[in-house]
Structure formats: C-alpha cells, structure tokens
Design a protein around this ligand. Structure first.
Ligand code: OXD
Length: 310
C-alpha cells in the first residue's frame, strides 16, 4: 500500500525510520511528497492535516492519527474522507499521561506553588498537608488514558472516581455516568482532571457552571484539550478562590500567545502540550498493526465513532 505521513508539528525525521522499520513492504511518502501523491494514498498517517490534503485524498482506505485525539482531523467536517479513522492508543502514552497527572496532583496537594514562590524570597514557611486518603481526584473521561491515571492515583492512596458518558460495566474504579453522575463526581473532586475528547458536546465544558459545582478551593488539571476551557471563567474562579490552582497543558490556539494572562499567574502551572508526547518507536508498532488490518480489509483497532465524535 502507499502510506502518506503528514504533520507540521511532529518530528517526521524520527517518525519515518520508526515506521519504515515496522512497515517493510509498504511505501511511505512524507510531507510535501504525501501532498503531491494524495490521490494515490491508501492510508494517511497524520496530525492536523490541512483541508486541501484531505480533499485530495480521493482513494483512501483509512486515516490514522499520530496522536491520541482525533479532533485535529474531525474539525474539517464534511471534507474528511468517509473512511475509518484510527485513534492512537499506545500504553507508553498512558504511562506518560499518568506521570503528568500524578505530578500535577502532588504539586498542588503538597503546596509546591507556595514553596516555589517562597524560594524566590528565601522564606522558610511550612504548610500543613492533608493525607492522600483525605482527598478525592475526579477524572472526567475514563478511556485508556483516564483509566490508567485513575488506577495509578488510587495506588498512591488518593480516593479516585471517574465519569464517562456511558458505563461499560468493565470499569476498574468508581465511575459515574450521565448528568446526575457528573454532578456527583464534581461535588466531591478536590482535584478535577479533564481527559475528555473534544467534541461539540464537550467544547467549553470547563466553564463557570461546572467549576461552581466543585468544592471551594479545588484544583483543575487539564491535559485534555484547550477547547474545553472557558478561559475567562477559569481566571474568575482562580481570582475568587473557587479554584486554588490549575495545571494547564493544552490551549486554543497553540502555541499560547506570549501576552496571554495565563503565563504570568503563579497559581497556574503551564506546560506546552507535553502531557503525553507520542513516542514514535512504540507508536509505530501500534500503527503497523493497524496498517495490516487495513491491508486485509478491516478497520483500525480503535476506530472513531462519528456518531459520538471521537
Ligand atoms: C494528543 C496527543 O492527542 O498529544 O493531544 O497525542
């Protein structure tokens, strides 16, 4: 098959050898060459493809995302070819995400924002700390990433619960569903972690109506998507003390503009979309398995369901 590899942000010089190593027997064209041969491509492996590329991919069998999310593809709406779209589910990314979330929870739980400020002023002041078992972490979105984070946090002694749009029956931690379930989770979450996909339903979910349901002084951790945030509501919640802190990894647009108010706030820990960087060496193996499925006329393993938008 002819495979196209296209991304303006991913290091394709690392991706290409990783993919070539596991996809012998298929031809891979990269970047501008993928654009030039778009009409011949069988599979497009991509992050944030330009709409012109999608429009020219007239013979595609499938699209594979180079990241966990697929909103960067689906945002093109009717211009997205009507073929199966595979999400990247790589256990290495789940582990990376769990490290990010655990670090964020401990950062705020153990008062590191205060200690960092104190260090700048040579101030020796102890802050009282709660035990992990006195605190609850609520996770919105219990897919592969959310479940892995939840299990790890539980092992560290935190109370953990999750919310997903509908229960599967295979949840390994306390899990709620639906609007009532979301309220139950929010009212007990000292830390709220958002790992939802970005869909028309979840855009702007992290706004005042949701934030007001959290216990006063809760912490927000968002490695989900920038489109989940209502930025003015986050700032207002921090100013009023409804939120005592936040860790934010994703923004709209990215990069976050240099004059954005988030940058200068000591109560926000801000990172540049690195919570679960893709690892080409392991992701390539996951994608190679999908390419073999597609070559045999099947769909990628973790296929997007367009009816739910992820
Ligand atoms: C993502 C990723 O989907 O980094 O955000 O993989």
């Amino acid at each position: 098959m002819l495979l196209g590899l296209y991304s303006d942000v991913d290091p394709l010089e690392i991706w290409l050898p990783a993919l070539e190593g596991v996809l012998a027997g298929h031809e891979i064209v990269v970047g501008e060459k993928a654009l030039a041969r778009a009409g011949e491509l069988d599979v497009l492996m991509t992050w944030a493809p330009p709409v012109e590329l999608l429009r020219q991919c007239t013979g595609l069998k499938a699209i594979l995302s180079l990241g966990a999310g697929v909103d960067h593809i689906l945002r093109h709406g009717a211009d997205v070819p009507d073929v199966p779209i595979g999400r990247l589910v790589d256990p290495v990314m789940s582990e990376r995400m769990s490290h990010y979330v655990i670090h964020s929870v401990i950062h705020h739980h153990r008062h590191f924002p205060s200690y960092l400020q104190q260090q700048g002023k040579a101030e020796w002041i102890e802050h009282r700390q709660k035990d992990a078992g006195e605190l609850t972490v609520g996770i919105l979105g219990l897919g592969a990433l959310g479940t892995f984070c939840a299990e790890r946090l539980q092992m560290l002694g935190y109370n953990v619960c999750g919310w997903r749009r509908s229960l599967t029956g295979n949840e390994t931690i306390t899990c709620y569903e639906g609007a009532d379930g979301q309220k139950t989770l929010l009212t007990q979450s000292d830390f709220l972690v958002c790992l939802l996909p970005l869909t028309t339903e979840t855009r702007g979910i992290l706004g005042k109506p949701l934030l007001d349901q959290l216990p006063r002084g809760a912490v927000l951790i968002n490695p989900g998507r920038g489109g989940h945030l209502v930025e003015s509501d986050i700032l207002e919640a921090l100013d009023s003390g409804q939120l005592s802190g936040a860790t934010l990894d994703v923004f709209e647009p990215e990069p976050l503009p240099a004059d954005h108010p988030f940058w200068s706030r000591p109560d926000i820990l801000l990172t540049p979309h690195i919570a679960a960087q893709t690892v080409p060496a392991t992701a390539a193996r996951v994608m190679a398995a999908d390419v073999e499925l597609i070559a045999n006329g099947a769909s990628p393993l973790h296929c997007v369901r367009l009816d739910r938008g992820y």
